[in-house]
Design a protein around this ligand. Structure first.
Ligand code: NAD
Ligand code: IPM
Ligand code: MN
Length: 371
């Protein structure tokens, strides 16, 4: 069987700590299922800047473009606060997203039964929650030009970011939303600010047209993004797939994280378009959370978002449904068994560190694969 090439980019802060746990699971897959994953590890973010003066090197970009999939930890931290804007750690991640054309960012928010009391919201609001935020990832205000701070010469400056969307960008994310909804509960909620922004009017019209022309059998609803955020907290189970732009998607997915108990629980998949000849997509899998500088180096970070991102990688890049299901089930079982990192700790549970949490999931994963 041909080799499957995985590029591992652990990054900064807790990134390397959580990536080490994903590596344990990759080793188990190779041993139990002969999956032939060949991993290569490279620097990204602040650690790449310290090494070579850039947040990602050309050599690492080359590896990412050639890999079957990229696993990404997290980047950033106070150490690099003074670094020039285009060399800051986050620039490495943004370049990967842009150059690999990873326009579709899937951020599922699932409340595991064992964690129904770990959220800051009441149990009945989040119990059984299973929603998917689909964030447009290569356009909008993150990348629009001009993007600058101009000195006006009179003691004043003007800072500009530009929100831009073109037809093909909204069409393709809308199609992705409807295609995902078809495999779920058949409902898409589009969120924008059409009451204030031209891009909001355009987004709304384009999603509405794609729905009418290509997916009339599915349900489409619209929310203004501010009210949508409120409803996400008040009654999150009314949603199935939420499709939204780059910036609103960033904010709404951090909000959704707290519906699941902790930011340490939310995985993501960033997918490009399928290659016409091979059907292959470029893809990067990463937790929604960042480098958590406040807890880095202490071995206490929750590795579940990283491990669940690996499960998404198995599912979306390698069509390994049974292995992905086994990994998700191993996570759920570990939580049922009362094993918890500090961020999701509850009374009567056993508090463990990053590595012990990884080991507990690995043990249950191995048992499931062997069964
Ligand atoms: P953060 O997500 O790093 O942390 C927010 C809070 O959540 C912190 O209290 C942290 O301890 C906690 N947390 C996050 N992940 C956790 C985990 N796995 N287990 C337990 N607790 C966890 O966000 P921030 O503090 O706003 O940002 C820190 C740095 O990370 C910044 O430089 C930011 O730009 C960067 N960042 C990177 C990414 C990424 O690489 N994809 C994403 C978000 C933020
Ligand atoms: C995320 C992060 C990134 C973003 C940063 C680190 C560039 O917050 O992936 O959610 O804003 O997209
Ligand atoms: Mn974010």
């Amino acid at each position: 069987m041909s080799e499957r090439r995985l590029l591992l980019l652990p990054g900064d802060g807790i990134g390397p700590e959580i990536m080490a746990e994903a590596e344990k699971l990759i080793a188990i897959l190779n041993a139990e299922r002969s999956t032939g994953f060949a991993t290569e590890t490279a620097l990204v973010g602040g650690s790449a800047f310290d090494d070579g003066g850039e947040a990602i090197s050309e050599a690492t970009m080359g590896l990412a473009m050639g890999a079957d999939a990229v696993l990404f930890g997290a980047v950033g931290g106070p150490k690099w606060d003074g670094v020039a804007y285009d060399k800051r750690p986050e620039a490495g991640l943004l370049r990967l997203r842009k150059d690999m054309e990873l326009f579709a960012n899937l951020r599922p928010a699932i409340c595991y039964p064992a964690l129904a009391d770990s959220s800051s919201l009441k149990r009945h609001v989040i119990e059984g929650l299973d929603i998917l935020i689909l964030r447009e990832l290569t356009g909008g205000v993150y990348f629009g030009e001009p993007k600058e701070i101009v000195d006006l010469g009179n003691g004043q400056k003007r800072a500009v970011d530009t929100q831009v969307y073109e037809t093909y960008e909204v069409e393709r994310i809308a199609r992705a939303a409807f295609e995902l909804a078809r495999t779920r509960r058949g409902k898409v909620t589009s969120m924008e600010k059409r009451n204030v922004m031209k891009t909001g009017v355009f987004w709304n019209e384009t999603v509405t047209r794609i729905h009418r022309e290509e997916f009339p059998d599915l349900t489409l609803e619209h929310e203004l993004a501010d009210a949508g955020g409120m409803k996400l907290v008040r009654e999150p189970k009314q949603f199935d797939v939420i499709v939204t732009d780059n910036l609103f998607g960033d904010m709404l997915s951090d909000i959704a994280a707290m519906l699941t108990g902790s930011l340490g629980m939310l995985p993501s998949a960033s997918l490009g378009k399928a290659d016409e000849a091979s059907g292959r997509r470029k893809a990067l899998y990463e937790p929604v959370h960042g480098s958590a500088p406040d807890i880095a180096g202490r071995g206490i970070a929750n590795p579940i978002a990283m491990i669940a991102s690996l499960a998404m990688c198995l599912r979306y890049s390698f069509a390994m449904e049974s292995e992905a299901d086994a990994l998700d089930a191993a996570i759920a079982q570990t939580l049922e068994d009362g094993i918890r990192t500090g961020d999701i700790m509850a009374e009567g549970c056993q508090k463990v560190g990053t590595s012990q949490m990884g080991d507990a999931i690995a043990e249950r994963f191995r048992t499931r694969l062997a069964a």
